[in-house]
Design a protein around this ligand. Structure first.
Ligand code: RTP
Ligand code: MG
Length: 145
């Protein structure tokens, strides 16, 4: 295996209900593809409690957990698997920091995210945060992949 191949990764991107509702799906995918990442799978679906509980298991017990799950099942999300060199870190850089108000201009959250005055950040996208998270999350959302 070459060094280049060793850094080819897959990540799970979720275009969250706020972004789907606002018609930002195309703009977000455009940014992912323009960066050079390849779309491997995509599905529009409304997540159920079991899927969201598994996806957000690390946050169970935190004050924002219940409202976060309520928000995430409030409408369809576009689940996407993207592939490319260091795509896990790269997509999180494209997304920007969690709070859209502080996210840098040029990022998805910085350019497009709004502060709704809510405890839970409706911040348009999710991206896996490590290779282990990516493998786990892709397995949850795309079990056949
Ligand atoms: P994500 O998992 O969605 O890519 O975002 P992230 O890593 O930047 O943020 P994380 O800490 O994993 O939190 C997951 C999602 O929970 C909501 N959140 N709200 N204090 C709050 O109100 C708060 N903290 C987190 C956001 O939707 C965040 O993306
Ligand atoms: Mg996270």
């Amino acid at each position: 295996m070459t060094d280049t191949a060793a850094q080819t990764e897959r990540t799970l991107v979720l275009v969250k209900p706020d972004a789907v509702e606002r018609g930002l799906t195309g703009e977000i995918l455009r940014r992912v593809e323009a960066k050079g990442y390849r779309l491997v799978a995509a599905e529009l679906r409304t997540a159920d409690d079991a899927l969201l509980a598994a996806h957000y298991a690390e946050h169970e017990g935190k004050p924002f957990y219940a409202p976060l799950v309520d928000f995430m099942r409030s409408g369809p999300v576009l689940a996407v698997v993207a592939e490319g060199q260091r795509v896990i870190e790269g997509f999180r850089a494209l997304a920007g920091t969690t709070d859209p108000t502080g996210a840098a201009p040029g990022t998805i959250r910085g350019d497009l995210g709004r502060d709704w005055g809510l405890a839970v950040q409706q911040n348009l996208v999710h991206g896996s945060d490590s290779p282990e998270s990516a493998a786990r999350e892709i397995g949850l959302w795309f079990p056949g992949l």
